[in-house]
Design a protein around this ligand. Structure first.
Ligand SMILES: Nc1ncnc2c1ncn2[C@@H]1O[C@H](COP(=O)(O)OP(=O)(O)O)[C@@H](O)[C@H]1O
Ligand SMILES: [Mg+2]
Length: 282
């Protein structure tokens, strides 16, 4: 066997044993960049050769389908109401990402009979097994649904701007997750910063209080610079990393995606995200 063959075999082996990593993107407030971070991270991870599903668990403003300019006529609420199968609501995006629209419809899982519930969870679990990463775009704040999605993921990325109010709101999320016994990894991504010093100061502030008052470790996921190309891309309804592959925001997001792709910051899923999530609703 040549060296290349061996390397290929090893890669295959590593692929077989690899399990899915789930990342819930959340934060204390709306408008801090959660959806854009979730969407663009998903695209970058996919471009890096990973199989990625992007779950829209926020039905607030700026839905992922709006950011992407794709039609998502159905969402998980249709599956939950028994109108559609999971495969019919998933949108295969051109960038290779599988979009799962309207996951907050899972709130009404109890409307399903026991058999249908089990079938849906099976389908979602299969989707999970088929992907290397599940990225969940969560709503902001400490609403019960947000907490359920975040605590079901093994990894949460809190998005915050450097403003003290945003940091305080992000801290409230850390507090609630901690109170719910969250045992995954939490990290802070500071968005719309002027430079890395501003980001570092925000990280020190949040991680300091989390350590001191909650005995909780918050990791540093880095930062995304304030970049006019981002709102510009949003207006064009194109993900910034595709519209402007070399702009400052894209570079920052790519640095994070690289780190995550190499397994940095993250822990692997043990029980399965959707199974854990289903326990909340069933
Ligand atoms: N790095 C950034 N630089 C400049 N503007 C940004 C940046 N990130 C987000 N924005 C602006 O914030 C708006 C809200 O972002 P969005 O991802 O929808 O936030 P959320 O999901 O937290 O509500 C975007 O439409 C964009 O105009
Ligand atoms: Mg959003």
């Amino acid at each position: 066997m040549t060296r290349d063959d061996q390397a290929g075999k090893l890669r295959q082996l590593m692929r077989d044993v690899r399990t899915t990593r789930t990342i819930a993107v959340t934060g204390g407030k709306g408008g801090v960049g959660k959806s854009n971070v979730a969407l663009n991270l998903a695209i970058l991870l996919s471009a890096g050769g990973n199989r990625v599903a992007l779950v829209d668990a926020d039905l607030g403003l700026a839905n992922l389908d709006v950011l992407l300019d794709v039609a998502a006529p159905y969402d998980l609420s249709h599956v939950v109401r028994g109108r559609k199968r999971l495969a019919e609501v998933i949108v295969d995006l051109p960038c290779g990402v599988q979009l799962v629209p309207g996951a907050s419809g899972l709130e009404h899982l109890t409307r399903l009979g026991e058999f249908e519930q089990a079938r849906l969870i099976e389908e979602l679990t299969a989707l999970e097994a088929d992907n290397d990463f599940i990225v969940v775009d969560c709503a902001a704040g400490i609403a019960p649904a947000t907490i359920r999605f975040a605590t079901s993921a093994d990894n949460t990325i809190l998005v915050s701007t450097p403003e003290p109010t945003a940091i305080t709101d992000a801290y409230a999320v850390v507090k609630v997750l901690t109170r719910h016994g969250y045992d995954g990894r939490m990290s802070l991504l500071t968005n719309m910063v002027a430079d890395r010093h501003e980001a570092r100061a925000s990280y020190e502030r949040l991680s300091g209080v989390a350590r001191q008052f909650l005995a909780m470790r918050v990791l540093d996921a880095g930062y995304v610079l304030r970049d006019v190309k981002l709102p510009d891309a949003v207006r064009r309804r194109e993900p910034v990393v595709l519209a402007y592959p070399r702009c400052p925001a894209t570079r920052c997001l790519a640095a994070l995606a690289n780190k995550l792709g190499r397994g940095g910051l993250l822990v692997k899923e043990e029980m399965g995200f959707f199974r854990r999530l289903a326990r909340w609703f069933a």
